[in-house]
Design a binder for this molecule. Sequence first.
Ligand SMILES: C[S@@+](CC[C@H](N)C(=O)[O-])C[C@H]1O[C@@H](n2cnc3c(N)ncnc32)[C@H](O)[C@@H]1O
Length: 223
Amino acid sequence: MTKIVPYALIGIVGLAIAGFLRQRRQPIPTPPRLTFLFENPLVEAFAGPELLVERLGLAPGMQVLDAGCGPGRLTIPLARAVEPTGEIVALDSQRAMLEKLEHRLEAENITNVRILEAGLGEGALPREAFDRVLLAFVLGEVRDREAAGRELYAALKPGRILSVTEIFGDPDYRRPASVRHEVEPAGFELVEHFGGFPVYTLNFRRPEHLATHKTSPEASDFG
Ligand SMILES: C[S@@+](CC[C@H](N)C(=O)[O-])C[C@H]1O[C@@H](n2cnc3c(N)ncnc32)[C@H](O)[C@@H]1O
């Protein structure tokens, strides 16, 4: 019996490594049943909403895209930071995540959040609509990151900010150099770097005067 234990441990570690490598090669979005992976006291301590909201430089009245919002860990604090006239668009590709968010919005009586079920890079976003775009623990889950970068560039108003936050230990963790490599080709320029290990944030600006990039022809203004 005791001889089985080391083999079982080796098997579990092997499976964990295989899962980790598979996720690096072919990322899939975090399943809704695993939200405890990013909604827990440890993540709260290093990348809580207060810190990330501060790094975004929000002001009342801003239009903000919470891209890959999940169940809304950050969406509700963002919504409060831009009240009374600002609005959050909460985008996620998974319906079940957005359903969790809807329940939370109702419970908290938040009315300035618009929900958008869509994949990043698929052309669902309006152009030049946002003052801030937030990508917290999301970029590594997106398969076509360059298409996402182009879409987010087009969705930001000129001169406004894309903020990317990553946490070490996430199987989808992107190093700062990889994030720059993936989003700068869209035309962004790095303007701020906060934090380091285990959580960092890079803020990129869409320059005021460069030409906009083309997203898919279906890209439309909504609302
Ligand atoms: C790790 S969760 C982070 C949630 C939230 N940003 C936070 O910090 O609490 C990543 C979220 O990104 C979403 N996501 C992953 N790939 C996506 C894509 N291509 N388009 C839109 N959402 C995506 C997932 O469904 C998931 O809800």
